[in-house]
Ligand binder design. Sequence first.
Ligand SMILES: [Zn+2]
Ligand SMILES: [Zn+2]
Ligand SMILES: [Zn+2]
Length: 272
Amino acid sequence: MEILFLGTAASEGWPGIFCECPCCTKARLLKGKDIRTRSSVLIDGIYKVDFPPDTNWQANKYGINLAEVEHLFVTHSHNDHYYPTELSFRAKPFAHIGQGKTLSIYGSEVVKNITTQALGVHEKASDISFQIIKPFVEFTAGKMTILPLIADHDPNEICFNYIFSYEGHNVLYGHDTGWYPEDTWRVLGEYKFNLVILDCTNGQIDEERYHLGIKGVIKMKNKLKEMGCMGTKCNCIATHFSHNGGLLQAELENILNPEGIEVAYDGKIVVI
Ligand SMILES: [Zn+2]
Ligand SMILES: [Zn+2]
Ligand SMILES: [Zn+2]
């Protein structure tokens, strides 16, 4: 499996679109890995998680033809993760796509409703289908088996994290979330992961509700290890960073690398 991190920022991006804080000012000067767009990954070119407002920019930056994406898994409806207005441009005359290429979207009922609303009259021509998924009910998409987990993120809607299983490899897609609820921990205990991706939004702020920070990521990694969920070669990667967390790429690496945790950046590729 090849996992490409298309974006690694929290909701307003980093630099934040209108922000003048020291961390955003520094990122504007340093550029490189400190410029972060909204979070999403692409797996093996055809599986995508989330569809943020930076999607077109990310596709152009990494040379991705989005018409090739067959399956889109949506974590939740917040518009930094899901910006369905752009999906209406999959229909003619906005897009001219090879015959038979369709896009299947998987997500909650809330996500389905905003998708239908956004597609409007373009729904049929966009060749997009939507499947409502349920917590802890496994489904397949192409060659991938997916288990949706319950995250602790927004009490007003079901927010999913995912376990992706393919060719004997298991990946935990673990953001946006705070400390997992018991039901999720119970299910995680049944898996051995090759890759674990965790939420580090809060950086040096010690807060575990709705998002994690440095402390929470280290604690979660250690718990997964204690539970026997991480094999010896399991990569652990922190992502979804906010400028309010106060730590730039090099500072995050200095703290997390000695703990055996990598720090994601836009364009990072992991092969497992
Ligand atoms: Zn988010
Ligand atoms: Zn800022
Ligand atoms: Zn969110």
